[in-house]
Write a protein that binds this ligand. Sequence first.
Ligand SMILES: *Cc1c(COP(=O)(O)O)cnc(C)c1O
Length: 342
Amino acid sequence: MPRSPPRRDDQSRQPVRDQHRRHCPHGTAALQVALQLAGVEAKDEVIIPALTFVATANAVHYLGAIPHFADSEDQTLGLDPAALRDWLSTTAERSGAGAGWRNRHTGRRLRALVPMHCFGHPCDLDALLAIAHDYQLALVEDAAESLGSRYHGRHTGTFGLLGTLSFNGNKTITTGGGGAILTDDMHLADHAKHLTTTAKRPHRWESIHGEIGYNYRMPNLNAALGCAQLEQLPDFLASKRCLAARYCDAFADSGLEQARLMQEPPGCKSNYWLQTLILDERVADQRDAILEVTNDAGLMTRPAWTLLHQLPPYRDCPRAPLPVAESLARRIINLPSSAGLA
Ligand SMILES: *Cc1c(COP(=O)(O)O)cnc(C)c1O
């Protein structure tokens, strides 16, 4: 749930005001703590896309909560709000006055909704915020892939109650390993800092820890690297856009009609973290042959992640019908995407 009206935030060198950013040793830890701050407790269900990196589900699991998988949409590759609303209309029931909603099949509380901006393309945040509001779900954005991406001019990760970033080695900027929690709620920001630094109560010499915290500090060496990387962010983003345009030109010239390049959704500015080719359904069976030939030629093409409900640890989790995620997973080919290629 947004805590303030959308703000203009066009200083790309400083995506979020410093006092609202809390650093973590990696993006997964940031998401785990953000979910805890959002009120997720053991045995709660947290709605996440099936089409995401495994870290999204792992962060939920680390809290003893259960991922509940929802479908994605073609245009954004992120959570499909229409399908989710449909699903919840038959799956969610009120738990009692003011107590939120639960999954009528499992009896467990539905506590949070975690959209993920897939490959850096913002998902349909307005519609997802409306669902979060109607079903009393805390919205926490997994913006690990979308540093620099904007939805109607505002930076991804700043719409939910909390958002999280990753600075892993493969992300748009890196600190070697690292992550951050974003929020514009000062109390949550203070609590985030407290929890990620062993929950030590401020005192001149006593060490009193009032709750169980974590040693989730980002080491200073990594943070120093991050400061230097942040200065280069505008250049990285420009290079990624340039690369996206070059792929577009190349594919337009090739006359290829059985595939499309993923473009930023309307009203959005994507960071093009990964460049993505989406095959038409009729040629989906050729995906592996394409991966084979391109990798043999030294081009690092990759399929999308295995959908999370198909992974052994998450096979028995609750899930909505996932026809679009299942189709996308068969048809996505990620292309070489390094900013250096532009
Ligand atoms: C990279 C990533 C994370 C977190 O990654 P870390 O490696 O822990 O920094 C979380 N979610 C998604 C979708 C990611 O791509």
